[in-house]
Design a binder for this molecule. Structure first.
Ligand code: ZN
Ligand code: ZN
Length: 187
């Protein structure tokens, strides 16, 4: 069996077709419900809870029900078009960026989430797989985003900086935070 997790990460995020475009290519019938739900998940660095998807989608299609949103999210997840992620003890979030493995960088204060691609290899050595068929890895880099760091200058980036998995030296995680936060600021 090929362990896809053993590939070294390429340190880049890849531009991919939007979720809506992918569903269209797949030949999935784009009902009004599916369309507004897919549009709610449009964009970069989108990681919404089911309730947040509902709130965005129902604003455009008032007759939409919460149950339809939950069912559609489950269906899109089963198709592999969105990922389910857990960033903390809160509810699951839905991530339309499924083209390339990536990890997440989270602001401890405001909850801003960025997609990041760590340097190096995040696979487990064979002798530490304990016979598991490993299918996924989720790594969360934590810290303060630039806006939150500015409002709390004394603590800055060092305050809550932890890496929840064995992700290599902490300074590279912090460097990634700074770089990505700067590079990805939206116009
Ligand atoms: Zn923040
Ligand atoms: Zn993501």
């Amino acid at each position: 069996m090929v362990n896809t997790l053993s590939r070294p990460y390429k340190n880049q995020l890849v531009r991919v077709a939007s979720l809506l475009e992918r569903l269209r290519r797949r030949g999935l019938r784009l009902t009004a419900q599916r369309r507004v739900i897919a549009e709610a998940l449009e964009g970069a660095h989108v990681h919404l809870t089911a309730d947040e998807v509902f709130e965005r989608a129902v604003a455009r299609l008032p007759e939409l029900s919460r149950a339809t949103v939950y069912n559609t999210l489950n269906q899109l997840h089963a198709l592999g078009e969105i990922a389910e992620i857990t960033l903390d003890s809160g509810p699951r979030r839905y991530d339309p960026n499924v083209a390339k493995p990536h990890q997440h960088l989270v602001c401890d204060r405001c909850g801003t989430v960025r997609d990041v691609v760590p340097l190096g290899d995040v696979s487990l050595p064979h002798d530490q797989q304990y016979g598991f068929a490993v299918s996924d890895v989720q790594m969360v880099f934590r810290g303060l985003c630039p806006a939150c760091a500015r409002s709390q200058p004394r603590l800055g980036f060092r305050s809550h900086s932890t890496v929840s998995a064995d992700a290599g030296p902490e300074p590279s995680a912090l460097g990634a935070f700074r770089t990505s936060a700067k590079g990805l600021r939206k116009s």
